[in-house]
Design a protein around this ligand. Structure first.
Ligand SMILES: [Zn+2]
Ligand SMILES: [Zn+2]
Length: 130
């Protein structure tokens, strides 16, 4: 069982992450929200909220909504409209344990700026490929 929380503790959660690794999204919306790409792991069997009082959702497009803490602003979750209840992508930075997962893919790489790059060899996909 994995645990995680926002900066202030107004959102805490637990669940089991997928072993496929970390997905990195370079789209403009993720970069506006995070000042960098969103790095997230999937909780396929669902996130269980152990404290939800701070949780807010923002529908950033018709493709997904973003869960964050309304108290401290931490990025927490991403949910597709078709996702099963609680089967969210979870910001890897919000997990309590150091994560040694590998990155398995990069998406929206056509939106990646030139001022950063990653050293891993995972596939780079444009939005029309993912
Ligand atoms: Zn918080
Ligand atoms: Zn994105």
């Amino acid at each position: 069982m994995e645990t995680g929380s926002c900066l202030c503790g107004a959102v805490t959660f637990e669940g089991q992450r997928s072993d496929r690794g970390i997905g990195v999204c370079h789209c403009k919306m993720c970069r506006v929200q995070n000042s960098g790409p969103l790095m997230a792991v999937k909780f396929e069997n669902g996130v269980s909220l152990t404290e939800a009082r701070g949780l807010k959702w923002f529908a950033s497009s018709d493709k997904g909504k973003r869960g964050f803490c309304g108290e401290c602003g931490s990025t927490l979750f991403w949910s597709a409209p078709y996702a099963a209840e609680g089967a969210w992508d979870v910001s890897v930075g919000a997990l309590d344990d150091a994560v040694d997962d590998q990155i398995f893919e990069h998406i929206f790489v056509e939106s990646q700026p030139t001022y950063y790059d990653f050293a891993d060899g995972a596939p780079r996909k444009r939005s029309d490929q993912s």
